[in-house]
Design a protein around this ligand. Structure first.
Ligand SMILES: NC(=O)c1ccc[n+]([C@@H]2O[C@H](COP(=O)([O-])OP(=O)(O)OC[C@H]3O[C@@H](n4cnc5c(N)ncnc54)[C@H](OP(=O)(O)O)[C@@H]3O)[C@@H](O)[C@H]2O)c1
Length: 341
């Protein structure tokens, strides 16, 4: 099969940073699917994995952990899918990624794609959907579908317009009754947060706890932080309500001072969306279930694809451009590449 891979560690503007390679077709294990990839999305994990490569590493590595495609063959123990099914999934960062013609993926982290979406629109969703869902419902402990629980309560989403924020705002407004306050620092990202359904938008580059207080929220019940955990830490400790909960997804160069939460008996939980596949946790089928639930909501017209930019066909040059855009840190929604070899 063909794939776009990194080989030597090269700067992004080097023409060989990504190379079109030919490798043997992967073979699915008993609980795995072989998927013909139709579209892939680009996420910060892609450039973080590229930048983390060691100079001595030269074996090709296929990046990309967000895809939609068609099931080609299934392993002997697969029960959830059949050849021909149209699917979407994020995959497992410890295994070869989706920037390829074919990919092997465990059926427990895959779902049928929303039938109402194109492959490109569907590929925009899985990685960020899993992250946002696990943040809201597994780490913060909100109950999906319970609109009473959040009445009179507030959820702050730091970084509302990025890939994760865009779907988190929608899941929170559609599936909980919380007042959703998102953050954005530019007019276009502010407008996007409102389009995703945020009730209020404040600027994260300002003294945002003061902005919150001006809106009538001196503290908030829950915080989901999707950017700069270290930079926002003290303000999160200030803005969280006594006995509130904070979740964060961005690795922190310094260990956050958990002591700042003690007097408020506040809880902090990391979220890492690859935990379940990486450790093969007994509940990893929860990712199949949540992607299925979200596909149903999309087909019912209640959740929108977060696709904002179709970056063309997957190739070394288009993938380099997509990594560059992602590294800039100013993405609104998601960018997707189509796979058409
Ligand atoms: N742990 C996990 O499982 C997991 C999963 C997915 C992603 N992540 C990580 O989470 C981060 C976000 O991912 P993403 O896909 O949402 O990224 P993204 O799409 O690149 O996010 C871009 C957005 O970040 C906002 N932003 C930039 N600096 C900010 C700051 N200091 N405070 C608040 N917002 C800021 C920007 O808003 P403005 O332009 O309005 O400023 C922009 O719209 C990345 O570091 C990624 O690696 C972790």
């Amino acid at each position: 099969m063909k794939a776009v891979a990194i080989t030597r560690k090269l700067p992004l503007d080097h023409p060989d940073c990504f190379e079109l390679i030919e490798v043997p077709d992967p073979v699915p294990g008993p609980r795995e699917l072989l998927v013909r990839v139709k579209a892939v999305a680009v996420n910060p994990v892609d450039y973080k994995q590229r930048l983390a490569r060691k100079p001595e590493e030269t074996a090709p590595r296929i990046l990309g952990w967000d895809a939609s495609g068609i099931v080609e063959t299934v392993g002997s123990d697969v029960t959830l899918f059949r050849p021909g099914d149209e699917v979407y999934y994020a995959g497992d960062v410890t295994r070869p990624g989706s920037n390829a013609e074919l990919q092997v993926v465990d059926e427990r982290i895959v779902a049928k794609k929303p039938g109402s979406l194109s492959f490109a629109e569907a590929a925009a969703l899985p990685l960020t959907t899993i992250t946002a869902w696990e943040c809201l419902f597994d780490r913060l402990g909100l109950t999906p579908g319970n609109l009473e629980e959040g009445k009179g309560k507030s959820l702050l989403i730091l970084s509302g317009a990025g890939g994760v924020g865009s779907i988190a705002i929608q899941l929170a407004t559609v599936l909980t009754g919380f007042t959703v306050i998102a953050t954005a620092s530019r007019p276009e990202s502010t407008a996007w947060c409102r389009r995703m359904g945020a009730h209020h938008v404040i600027d994260h580059s300002s003294d945002w706890p003061a902005e919150l207080a001006k809106l009538g929220f001196p503290t908030v019940d829950f915080i989901a932080c999707f950017a700069d955990t270290t930079g926002h830490w003290k303000r999160m400790a200030q803005a969280i309500m006594p006995q509130g909960k904070i979740t964060a997804i961005v690795e922190s160069p310094e260990v956050p001072d958990i002591g700042l939460l003690k007097s408020k008996s506040a809880t902090f939980a990391w979220e890492f969306m690859f935990t379940r596949p990486m450790f093969q946790t007994p509940d990893m089928i929860a990712q199949h279930e949540l992607l299925h639930e979200v596909a149903t909501l999309v087909d019912a017209g209640r959740i929108l694809s977060t696709l904002s930019h179709n970056a063309g066909q997957l190739a070394p040059a288009s993938l380099a451009n997509a990594h560059r855009d992602q590294e800039n840190g100013t993405m609104i929604g998601k960018q997707v590449l189509e796979v058409a070899w």
